[in-house]
Design a protein around this ligand. Structure first.
Ligand code: DX5
Ligand code: ZN
Length: 216
């Protein structure tokens, strides 16, 4: 069974507290929190203070997805906000190894995200150091986009590398995940499913989480 990581980006921000209660009462093990800066991606979402409010509601794993340039400037802020893991983008980090060490030294798990066009093999020399590989299945910046089918090949590739080398990182997929495609991403190797719209825009969000959780 996959870990479900509901993305609060798709929640009603006027009622974020209710969204947190929903996730806390659900079988989802992770919160997925999307931070966007209007530079790395063409959208702005929220920063450390909102992350802190959300993290304060839970003992669950707070998975913070940084779609920002210069993430090194904010590592301590997100640590203090309660993040369990910071995931940075390969494309935003010329000094990726240093960024990963900084996050781990601050006491958090460290992940690396790949945009849809960024090849998996570019992670070759960092895979032994990271806790999560996040395969983007849409172009980052917005919720509610359609799943990019080619992502399945990237999931198979990273899954094969993990098995061959005995790596321990999680394989996470993010973007356009719903009840229709969840089985295929799991079959391709995804272990953590981020789901925004398919949970929070659903008529029955709790059932949507349970439905995703029950897919083998
Ligand atoms: C997109 C974000 C996603 C987004 C997913 O840039 O990284 O986490 O919230 O939303 P859905 O599930 O609606 O594609
Ligand atoms: Zn995300």
């Amino acid at each position: 069974m996959a870990i479900i990581a509901p993305s609060l980006l798709a929640a009603d921000f006027l009622h974020l507290g209710d969204a947190c209660i929903l996730v806390n009462e659900s079988p989802a093990e992770w919160f997925h929190l999307d931070v966007m800066d209007g530079r790395f991606v063409p959208n702005i979402s929220y920063g450390p203070s909102i992350v802190q409010s959300i993290c304060s509601t839970t003992d669950k794993f707070c998975d913070v997805h940084l779609m920002i340039e210069e993430p090194e400037k904010y590592v301590d802020d997100f640590k203090n906000a309660g993040a369990s893991q910071l995931t940075v983008h390969y494309e935003a980090c010329p000094h990726l190894h240093r960024n990963i060490q900084q996050i781990k030294n601050a006491g958090m798990k460290a992940g690396v995200a790949l945009n849809p066009h960024t090849p998996v093999h570019l992670l070759h020399d960092i895979l032994q150091d990271i806790d999560t590989v996040l395969i983007m299945s849409v172009n980052p910046g917005f919720g509610g986009q359609s799943f990019i089918h080619h992502t399945l090949e990237k999931l198979r590739e990273i899954s094969a590398l993990k098995k061959e080398n005995g790596y321990t990182f999680f394989i996470e997929v993010d973007g356009g995940i719903d009840l229709k495609n969840a089985a295929s991403v799991i079959e391709a190797g995804a272990e953590v499913l981020v789901a925004g719209s398919s949970v929070f825009k659903a008529a029955a969000p709790m059932e949507a989480i349970i439905g995703l959780q029950n897919i083998k």
